[in-house]
Write a protein that binds this ligand. Structure first.
Ligand code: PMP
Length: 385
């Protein structure tokens, strides 16, 4: 008989070409597939081919690739102007995910009678909490919202504050909430790139973490890096990454090198312009439609001068941090789900359940379907026509 084929999600019919009408708009994850069209235009120049006998060793015979990759990264920061790399050491990670905990581990190792408190300003990217809890170290403990510590002038324990700028989920630029001799900050700059925010000035912190996932969109390659001022912290982070994974896959390093070289042929211009334009258009469409609604709202984000584009740019946030305004819509996630939109519930980010995060980073099809569903939902408010 005929082989039974499984259609791609949301398609059905004998040749899988009929769109399933009831299919939900899945805008839960931050999968950056909006950048696929850019890479389709650069398919050949970004391809890599590795023969089976190449690069089998745990080690590089020489470290040329890692050195080249570091150079490309430093050059990218210089061109974009989003980080001061002078006097910093660099550590590669298997995604920035590995480096987030490497930082906690490194910063919490100084002898102290009680574990370091790991905190961040709410709403926040939930991995800081889940990792700290999973590793359950004697040296560090998840303590929730930075705001609780603001008036503790001299906390008796060391504090490690994650500062996510722009923030996930609300996409605002952030500064540390806490300061003082016992406070160490980890600056997660996953979204500090011109697709997602104006770049007002180079970030200049002691410990900054970046990821290729949201720059080129290659989230599956799992590559990130940290820029670190303090040599001791750097050594500890190297130790962590070495013990945790013996470093970053050489295949991944090779691919990252190829991709970063490809985008820098024109100083990143085409990639960042395409990325910015795509998200900007999505945000304009969505925020315009939502602003006509009384039932839902999204944050008002201001235009800002971007030193990379050398002009004032309108907001282009990676996520829409949507709020259900009606008293009865307490579970906003459920309200949207019933309308065929799958977001990520506010509670995941430590926020009220009146909030839901909608990803603007997925494919154009996902976004178009989201807009269709939003359209029906918002036009319901006008009453039956
Ligand atoms: N930090 C933030 C704020 C993120 O949103 C993400 C991914 N969604 C990461 C870190 C981790 O990204 P990766 O491990 O792919 O580098």
């Amino acid at each position: 008989g005929k082989p039974v084929c499984l259609c791609h999600t949301c398609y059905e019919g004998p040749d899988c070409s009929d769109f399933s009408p009831g299919c939900p708009a899945d805008v839960d994850s931050g999968d950056p597939l909006f950048l696929e069209p850019y890479w389709m235009r650069h398919a050949a120049s970004s391809a890599i081919l590795v023969a089976g006998y190449h690069r089998m060793s745990y080690r590089y015979n020489d470290s040329t690739i890692s050195t080249e990759l570091q150079k490309q990264i430093l050059q990218l920061h210089a061109v974009v102007g989003n980080a001061n790399t002078t006097g910093r050491f660099m550590v590669f990670g298997t995604g920035s995910t590995q480096l987030l905990y490497a930082a906690v581990n490194a910063l919490s190792r100084d002898a102290s009678p009680s574990p370091a408190s790991v905190v961040t300003a709410f709403p926040f990217y939930s991995v800081y909490e889940t990792q700290t809890n999973l590793f359950n170290s004697l040296n560090s403990k998840w303590q929730g919202d930075s705001a609780q510590w603001k008036n503790v002038s001299n906390p008796s324990t060391n504090v490690i504050e994650f500062v996510t700028s722009p923030n996930n989920p609300d996409c605002k630029l952030r500064e540390p909430v806490l300061s003082g001799p016992n406070v160490k900050t980890v600056h997660d700059h996953a979204y500090y790139w011109p697709h997602y925010t104006a770049i007002p000035a180079p970030a200049n912190e002691d410990l900054m973490i970046f990821t290729i996932s949201k720059i080129t969109g290659h989230a599956g390659s799992r590559f990130g890096w940290a820029l670190i001022k303090d040599e001791r912290v750097y050594e500890r982070m190297i130790t962590y990454v070495t013990l945790n994974s013996i470093g970053v896959s050489h295949d991944t390093q090779l691919r990252a090198l190829k991709l970063l070289k490809a985008i820098q042929k024109d100083g990143g211009k085409e990639l960042f312009e395409f990325g910015y334009k795509t998200i900007r258009e999505r945000w304009e469409k969505l925020s315009k439609r939502v602003s006509a609604s009384k039932r839902f709202s999204v944050p008002k984000l201001a235009p800002r001068y971007c030193t990379y584009f050398q002009k004032i740019t309108g907001p282009s946030p990676a996520y829409a941090w949507l709020k259900c305004e009606n008293e009865e819509d307490k579970d906003c996630y459920a309200v949207l789900k019933a309308a065929g939109i799958i977001g990520r519930a506010g509670a995941v980010f430590g926020a009220d359940s009146r909030y839901v995060r909608l990803s603007l980073l997925k494919s154009q099809d996902d976004f178009d379907l989201l807009m269709q569903r939003i359209e029906s939902l918002v036009s319901e408010e006008d009453g039956p026509r």
